[in-house]
Design a protein around this ligand. Structure first.
Ligand SMILES: C[S@@+](CC[C@H](N)C(=O)[O-])C[C@H]1O[C@@H](n2cnc3c(N)ncnc32)[C@H](O)[C@@H]1O
Length: 343
């Protein structure tokens, strides 16, 4: 029996000579939050390298793994095919987690015991130059997590107006030199449209001074990735509806890596877990009709010193968890067509 993340990783390394696809962050905290056990069913909305899913499977649970990157799906399917003990308990789906309601409907599942969202890109995506996510590696300016989606980073950089680029860099990258960078990009692309990651990184660096150890292109690349994959709108829309698909006592765990996605998780969770509402003009507080959760993490959980040293990516990770209250589930219109639960 494999009891811990360390044991699991060691076994993987023995069997594969090292699985460097992605090291899951906050593994112990995720297990504590979701409390997997035989008979329970979870949806890993961001399968990635299958690190968290592996832990849930090890604990005997069933897992439906979703990723919009077909490479991740292929990798994990192959990885788990070797583990006979997971047979019949793992299925993977190439999809955006924005389509969870439709997916569960297709599977005739009305509710599950937990959802996990571990946001952003995997180490493998970041380390693969051809995907274009890294400003440190030469590659096409792509950044699509799903290669079937129509818009690449190059398309945005070469076609958006200076105002649109400025807003994108400011809102999605919180970039203080957004205007200066947008003007530089629109000027330079008239001579030579941007095609590669390093071309864009050099243009940013030319007008934006280096701050400490952070590369000047960090925020611009974050902004483009968010825009290309429409990350924030899909996240907000999804967090709004997942509660309708949780059993009473079921949990939703979200790991964020920057302030924009963390703010969305914090605000949605706050609104859906506030039991009463009050206004100065009301004689007394009223029950909040939207309240379907109780909050498990007041402050988000962060990685231990040890984990941060072992896995630098975990330094910016924040885990927020809510638990579904035992009330009747509010019905989502789309879900009314669902078959009743079996048995
Ligand atoms: C940080 S990695 C997840 C790592 C995983 N928890 C592990 O332990 O190996 C994030 C993954 O989520 C996927 N992803 C991001 N946004 C998504 C979305 N809207 N729908 C489906 N997958 C998404 C990315 O393609 C990436 O593979």
């Amino acid at each position: 029996m494999i009891a811990t993340m360390e044991d699991f990783t060691k076994e993987e390394q023995r069997e594969t000579g090292g699985d460097a696809y992605h090291a899951p962050v906050l593994p112990t905290e995720v297990l504590e939050a979701l409390n997997p056990a035989p008979g329970k069913c979870f949806v890993d909305c961001t399968l990635g390298g299958g690190g968290h899913t592996g832990l849930l499977l090890e604990a005997g649970a069933r897992v439906l793994g979703i990723d919009q990157d077909p490479e991740a799906i292929a990798h994990v399917t192959q990885r788990f095919a070797r583990h006979g003990r997971f047979a019949g308990r793992f299925e993977s789906f190439h999809s955006s987690f924005g389509a969870v309601p439709e997916l569960l409907s297709k599977l005739k599942l009305t509710a599950v015991d937990g959802f996990l969202l571990d946001l952003g890109v995997s180490s493998h995506q970041l380390d693969t130059p051809e995907r274009g996510f890294s400003f440190q590696r030469q590659g096409p300016l792509d950044m699509r997590m799903n290669p079937d989606s129509p818009v690449t980073a190059a398309h945005l950089v070469n076609t958006a107006s200076a105002e649109q680029l400025e807003r994108m860099f400011r809102e999605y990258g919180e970039e203080p030199h957004a205007r200066r960078i947008a003007l530089k990009v629109t000027k330079e692309r008239m001579v030579h449209p941007f095609q590669s990651t390093l071309e864009l990184a050099a243009a940013v660096e030319a007008v934006s001074p280096r701050r400490g150890r952070t590369h000047p292109a960090t925020r611009v690349f974050q902004a483009l990735r968010i825009a290309v994959n429409r990350e924030l709108e899909v996240l907000e829309r999804t967090l709004e509806v997942l509660g309708s698909f949780l059993v009473p006592g079921g949990r939703l765990a979200v790991i964020t890596f920057h302030s924009l996605e963390d703010r969305i998780a914090k605000q949605v969770f706050q609104r859906l877990s506030t039991p009463t509402l009050d206004r100065p003009e009301w004689p007394a507080p009223k029950p909040n009709p939207e309240c379907i959760y109780t909050r498990i993490t007041g402050k988000p959980r962060v990685a231990s010193e040890q984990e941060q040293q072992r896995n630098p990516r975990s330094r910016s990770a924040k885990l927020r968890v809510v638990e579904r209250l035992g009330l009747l589930r509010p019905l989502v219109a789309r879900f009314r067509t669902h078959a009743p639960p079996q048995g």
